[in-house]
Ligand binder design. Structure first.
Ligand code: G
Ligand code: G
Ligand code: MN
Ligand code: NA
Length: 254
């Protein structure tokens, strides 16, 4: 409850910020996208991880205003980078289950894109497997709606949930994000190698892109490249950065 009370004031007290982590093409090393990751600094609690406060935000309903704020910040930032002449890139925003099931989501997304002036094809929404697989029928309808509005969708933390191939086929997604728990030991663990390789090949045969999360070493990158993984994200390239630092990183890389 203390956490929820503090969180309910976080927006107006300007304690929330958004950091950005690059997603890099394996083929040419360019930044193809930036994932928006929420950060909360509370004067007494210190830095609180979203892994801790997102569940509380979902239970209390605070995720609706907070999620809207993150979406707007991220879309605004992407538009600003575009105007400032950075190479075009996609902005990826995490959606919680509660936001995804909220009936206003498709209209909200369109409204924010219009108001901030970002073409829909530059926005990607990351959904966890659990979100997509819970109430599949509704999930398919919402995805069709968002897809018709031109927004991309990806499946986050892929491999940790229970998606069946038949369900995956129905979803309007274009990318699978391979969970970092499988990526961590791919240089040494034969089972993780097999899992990651299988995900990449399955995705290819379904016409989906793949990105590996939590890439920290050159060895991991080499294996992923050899398997044909399209993109990588992780500390090997960059931690999530404040907007200004992300921009400097992007300019130095271009
Ligand atoms: O960035 P970090 O590793 O601390 O994030 C921890 C978890 O919080 C991750 O699962 C990430 O997807 C989630 N997260 C970060 N930002 C957001 C956000 O804006 N919305 C939602 N729903 N989840 C987020
Ligand atoms: O669940 P989601 O994939 O949205 O969460 C991404 C989380 O992973 C973020 O909190 C981010 O800070 C974290 N992260 C990003 N890159 C790395 C990495 O290379 N290693 C580790 N351990 N965590 C990472
Ligand atoms: Mn994510
Ligand atoms: Na993930």
């Amino acid at each position: 409850l203390q956490l929820v009370n503090a969180l309910s004031q976080a927006l107006e007290r300007e304690q929330l910020t958004v950091h950005y982590q690059p997603q890099i093409s394996v083929i040419n090393g360019r930044i193809v996208a930036a994932e928006a990751l929420l950060r909360w600094y509370h004067p007494e609690l210190g830095q609180v991880s979203p892994a801790e406060f997102i569940p509380a935000a979902e239970d209390s309903g605070l995720i609706i205003p907070i999620g809207e704020w993150v979406l707007r910040q991220a879309v605004r930032q992407a538009r600003k980078w575009m105007l400032d002449g950075l190479d075009p890139m996609i902005i990826a925003v995490n959606l919680s289950a509660v936001q995804f099931r909220h009936s206003d989501l498709p209209n909200l997304v369109t409204r924010i894109l219009d108001e901030e002036g970002l073409p829909a094809e530059y926005l990607e929404l990351e959904l966890t497997e659990g979100v997509a697989m819970h109430d599949t029928q509704n999930a398919v309808a919402v995805m069709n709606n968002l897809h018709a509005r031109g927004v991309r969708m990806s499946i986050d933390d892929f491999g940790t949930g229970y998606s069946s191939l038949s369900q995956l086929k129905k979803f309007r997604i274009y990318k699978l994000k391979i969970d970092q728990s499988f990526v961590r030991d791919i240089s040494t663990d034969p089972e993780d190698k097999a899992i990651v390789s299988a995900i990449i090949h399955m995705a290819k045969s379904l016409g989906l892109q793949t990105i590996a999360e939590g890439v920290e070493t050159a060895g991991q990158l080499a294996f992923l490249r050899e398997q044909g993984c399209d993109e990588v994200q992780g500390y090997y390239y960059s931690r999530p950065l404040p907007a200004q630092q992300f921009e400097e990183f992007a300019r130095a890389k271009a």
